[in-house]
Structures are given as C-alpha cells and as structure tokens.
Ligand binder design. Structure first.
Ligand SMILES: *[C@@H]1O[C@H](CO)[C@@H](O)[C@H](O)[C@H]1NC(C)=O
Ligand SMILES: *[C@@H]1O[C@H](CO)[C@@H](O)[C@H](O)[C@H]1NC(C)=O
Ligand SMILES: *[C@@H]1O[C@H](CO)[C@@H](O)[C@H](O)[C@H]1NC(C)=O
Length: 367
C-alpha cells in the first residue's frame, strides 16, 4: 500500500473509533452508514467491513449490488445538507475523515451532537439522508442496473390519445427506492431497550419518512414532442424525480416550519404546545423534541465548531450577514488579491492575447 492509502486507512479507523465512542448503542448505530460516502469502492471491502449495524449488514449481504447506490445516497444527502445550510450558523459540518482524525478522540464533528440531540438539525439530517437513499436507488432502477426494479411499468400504454400524448420512455418508479430506504434505515422501535430514547427514535423514524415523502411529492412529468418539424402532434411523457437540490430545498422549508413535539410518551406523538394539539401532524412535517443551541461558540464536547473564522457578508441582513453569523462578536477583514486573465483579444490568425488583471476584494471572517 502506498503512503496515501495508508494515511486514508488510518483516518478511517480514527473516524470509526470516534463515532463508536459517541454512539455505542445499536439504534444510534443506524446512521453509521453515512460514513460509506467516504469509501472509494465499498464493494471491495465487503459488507462485514463497512460501517453498518447488524441489520444493515444482513441486508447488504443479501443485496450487495445496492452498495454503490447506498454510497451515492449518503453522498447526495451530505452534499445537499451542506448546500442548504452553507450560509447558516449551523452549516451541516460533516467531518471529512481528515478533520475527524485530527479531532480529539470521541469529539468527531461528523454530525456528532446533531444526530442524537433531537433538534431541528437532527430532523433535517435524517430526512435528507433518507431522501438521498430513495433518490439514488431509484436512479439506479431507472438506469436498468437492477433486476428487482426498473422503470415504472404500470404506465405502459397509458396516456390520452385525444390530448395527443402517451406515456413512454422511462418513468422513475420511486416505490422500490422508498421500500429500500425504509428497510435500510428504519430501526423498529419495539426492538429497543431504554425508555428515555423512545421519543427520539419515534422522531427519527417520522423524519426519515418525511424525507422520502418529499421525493415522492416532487415527482413531475416531462414530455417530448414528436411530429413534423416541431409540430408536437404527438407527445411522449414520463414521470421523473426532481433534482436533489429541489428536494433539499423543500426539506429546508420543512425544517424552517418544523414542529416541536412533546417529550412525554403517549400512544402517538403530540405537539408540545398544548393549544395547538388539535392541528394535525402530517407525515411530511419535520418534527423535533429539543430546542437547538445557538451554534455560536465552539463546544468540543458536543462537536459544535462555532462560527469563529467563518466567512460572512458585511452587507447582508440575512443569516450569512456578519451581524448574525458572528453572533455580535464582530469580524476581521482581510484583503484578498485575485489575478485573472482579462481584456482578451482575438488576434488574426489565430490566437488570443490577454492582459493580467489584478483585483482586490475584502473578505470578512467572524471573530
Ligand atoms: C449503472 O451501472 C453502471 C455500470 O456498472 C454504472 O457506471 C452507472 O453509474 C450505474 N448507474 C446508476 C444510476 O446507478
Ligand atoms: C427484534 O426483536 C425480535 C425479538 O426479540 C427479533 O426476533 C428480531 O430479529 C429483532 N429485529 C431486528 C430488526 O433487530
Ligand atoms: C452579500 O449580500 C448582499 C445582500 O444580500 C448580496 O447582494 C451580495 O451578493 C452578497 N455578497 C456575496 C459575496 O455573497
């Protein structure tokens, strides 16, 4: 093995050690699979050596061909979480194996606190990861990579001749992806011990499902015209999933309107606010139990990095503005020099001549 590979392996070991120290329980081990996103080719390691809980390992052994989709689902979810939260105090920091290895033992910021804290952030992570899995598995079905699923065949030969369109091509069929996401992620509550976690587990299960519902809800129809020179006499249409960015956006919206539930166990989950208990909770709502910390200052124990050193926008009134992002601590300004090619001219014949232009921009970072 070369040095880079050894270093990579060492980092991974440190990462798993840190994760296991944080979450020694089986149920929480449910999300260890996120780490798969950092494996190059998980198939080569085999199911036994991957960061999966025992139930997931079983599933992996039965369906090893799903490993690329599982990894892709984790990657999609993590990437979209960072994208949606890039301007906020909590910016969905996921430790790369590098930062996890650098962190003191047991303080890995890979969603450390957020995964077990029952906050709105926990809710978002579970939802976006469950959605990522549906998305990637469904893509793989549509690509014809799977024997157990394919395009949506229930639509074949359907359509409306009078309206001049019919179903054709490959419609994404999310059913298999939804089934797999449930099977892989939803740890049955009846199998847990320890009373104190029941509400958090129920919350996580609900948010997993809310993520999957977001994928289903944003299915849309695409059509293509046929006919003499664009006359569109006949249209072929197919169902397609939205881009994962759109799904992330919907989930961010759900996050902002998420519902706090009571931490008292009753037959089913209830809103915390007594005067709102009559308002139903829908399956696509995001739920949380505990209020979030403000994420302003570093807390090594909880794995919260704080906003010191984050880049902020001096003129923005929003969450990315220096005022809010830096939590009133103020900011430092540095001048950054950019050099680029500019005033390019085409010289006959045949080359392009440019000048080098320098520009200075102010960059602000939180104190
Ligand atoms: C389908 O399989 C091919 C070959 O293994 C792979 O290159 C491709 O990325 C897969 N597509 C999806 C969407 O999984
Ligand atoms: C749940 O518990 C039952 C009985 O204890 C056991 O048979 C079953 O395999 C467990 N299921 C999972 C998914 O761990
Ligand atoms: C900063 O915020 C202002 C106002 O919201 C916006 O117009 C500008 O593009 C932002 N600058 C950067 C560098 O993002």
């Amino acid at each position: 093995m070369d040095r880079a590979a050894l270093l990579g392996l060492a980092r991974l070991c440190a990462l798993w050690a840190a994760l296991l120290a944080l979450f020694p329980y089986g149920a929480q081990g449910n999300w260890m699979w996120l780490g798969i996103a950092s494996f190059g080719v998980p198939e080569k390691l085999g199911c036994a050596n991957l960061p999966l809980n025992s139930r997931q390992k079983e599933l992996c052994k039965r369906k090893p061909y799903l490993l690329p989709s599982i990894r892709e689902g984790a990657r999609l979810g993590i990437q979209e979480c960072r994208n949606q939260f890039r301007h906020e105090r909590w910016n969905c920091v996921v430790a790369t194996s590098t930062t996890a290895a650098a962190a003191p033992f047991g303080t890995s910021p890979l969603f450390g606190y957020e995964l077990s804290s029952g906050t709105k952030e926990t809710a978002f992570i579970y939802a976006v990861m469950a959605a990522g899995l549906v998305h990637s598995v469904t893509r793989s079905c549509s690509a014809g990579n799977m024997t157990e699923c394919s395009c949506d065949t229930t639509l074949q030969n359907g359509g409306s001749a009078s309206e001049g369109w019919h179903w054709g091509g490959c419609s994404d069929d999310v059913q298999y992806g939804m089934w797999f996401s449930r099977k892989f992620l939803d740890f049955p509550i009846r199998n847990t011990t320890g009373k104190e976690n029941k509400v958090l587990l129920a919350m996580n299960l609900h948010n997993n499902e809310a993520g999957r519902q977001a994928v289903a809800k944003l299915m849309s129809v695409d059509c293509r015209c046929h006919g003499v020179s664009g006359s569109c006499a006949v249209k072929t249409c197919w169902k397609t999933m939205s881009s994962f960015e759109k799904i992330g956006h919907l989930l961010k919206d759900k996050y902002e309107n998420s519902i706090q539930i009571s931490d008292k166990i009753k037959r089913k989950m209830r809103r915390r606010e007594k005067d709102q208990r009559k308002i139903p909770i829908h399956k696509d709502d995001l739920l949380y139990v505990n209020k979030s910390p403000n994420y302003c200052v570093e807390d090594k124990k909880l794995g919260i990095p704080g906003t010191q050193g984050r880049e902020c926008n001096r003129t923005s009134e929003g969450a990315d503005g220096c005022n809010l992002l830096c939590c009133g601590r103020g900011y430092n300004t540095h001048v950054v020099r950019h050099v680029e090619r500019c005033e390019c001219k085409f010289i006959w014949c045949c080359y392009v001549r440019c000048r080098r232009c320098e520009s200075m921009t102010d960059v602000h970072t939180c104190k």
